[in-house]
Design a binder for this molecule. Structure first.
Ligand SMILES: Cc1cc2nc3c(=O)[nH]c(=O)nc-3n(C[C@H](O)[C@H](O)[C@H](O)COP(=O)(O)O)c2cc1C
Ligand code: SF4
Ligand code: SF4
Length: 262
């Protein structure tokens, strides 16, 4: 069974390619009622659990970390847990952080892999989506990388094969907790006057954190935000900004056909 969280579709595309190579392994998407439940429960199908999610600030997204803590997986005694994380560049020491989370639950942590995909983080100065050619090259390389990872998972591998990057211990050990505490607020989100009130941001939000104002039909953000940036990237008229830091920045959405061939 593959358990997947995605903001802009990269991790969902990787989960879908993995599933195909693992013999149509079931993919459980983390969103809505399942993700937000206080005591979520899933029943294992197959004999392993593969966690697929993006890297956030060189660590496990807080929304996934919370789910790992809360979830009951029935029928999973003795099953191995694997992790595949998508990232724009590098993942720091997310491997040891995730293994600790899994071990704390008394589960068996196995292999860990990263897959580079187009960048989605735009909320700070100096961060933007990739140039089209860079994004294209990453999407082209993904299917072969995921095919290799699927073979390793099928073989029950315990390996760690991630792009840790420079200063990996500091990034995961120091910047990650800082980011979770100070840089994840949904308060800076705003919709400008170009908003057409289509409601897509509200429908797509995986944590159901957006409602539409009854009078203006513009989005209103609650406090339960994963900072996945799906609202920002999927808005059809580029109406959403995160304070001033997203001015002039691009949008990205993983193409529907990513990984279909290969
Ligand atoms: C809040 C946030 C933090 C991110 N932090 C990192 C990071 O530390 N390292 C990295 O390489 N990419 C980082 N990214 C980029 C994403 O990990 C990458 O684009 C991922 O493939 C997005 O997957 P998704 O489309 O499934 O949401 C970050 C993206 C977001 C939204
Ligand atoms: S997706 Fe964009 S246009 Fe549609 S309601 Fe949300 S902010 Fe407005
Ligand atoms: S409000 Fe936007 S950034 Fe926050 S979880 Fe929902 S879609 Fe993601």
């Amino acid at each position: 069974m593959i358990i997947c969280f995605t903001g802009t579709g990269n991790s969902a595309a990787v989960a879908s390619v993995l599933s195909r190579h693992l013999g149509d392994e079931e993919v459980v998407m983390l969103s809505g009622a399942l993700l937000c439940s206080v005591s979520p429960s899933v029943r294992l199908s197959g004999n392993r659990i593969v966690w697929v999610f993006p890297t956030y600030s060189w660590g496990v997204p807080s929304v996934v970390a919370g789910f790992i803590k809360r979830v009951t997986i029935t029928g999973a005694d003795g099953a191995g847990h694997f992790m595949v994380t998508t990232c724009g560049d590098d993942v720091g020491r997310i491997d040891s952080q995730w293994r600790r989370m899994i071990n704390r639950r008394g589960w068996k942590a196995k292999g860990v892999w990263s897959v580079q995909m187009p960048n989605t983080y735009v909320c700070m100065k100096g961060f933007d989506v990739d140039a089209e050619s860079v994004a294209h090259a990453k999407l082209e390389a993904m299917p072969a990388r995921v095919k290799h990872i699927a073979a390793m998972i099928a073989a029950g591998s315990d390996e760690t094969d991630v792009v840790a990057g420079s200063w990996s211990v500091v990034k995961t050990g120091v910047i990650y907790p800082w980011f979770r505490r100070y840089a994840m607020s949904p308060k800076p989100f705003r919709a400008s006057e170009v908003c057409i009130g289509c409601g897509r941001c509200a429908r797509e939000c995986p944590t159901c954190n957006i409602t539409l104002d009854a009078t203006t039909h513009r989005p209103v953000w609650g406090s339960d935000c994963a900072l996945c940036l799906r609202c920002y990237h999927y808005c059809p008229v580029r109406a959403i900004d995160y304070g001033k830091s997203t001015a002039g920045k691009g949008q990205y959405r993983c193409p529907d056909d990513a990984g279909i061939q290969g």
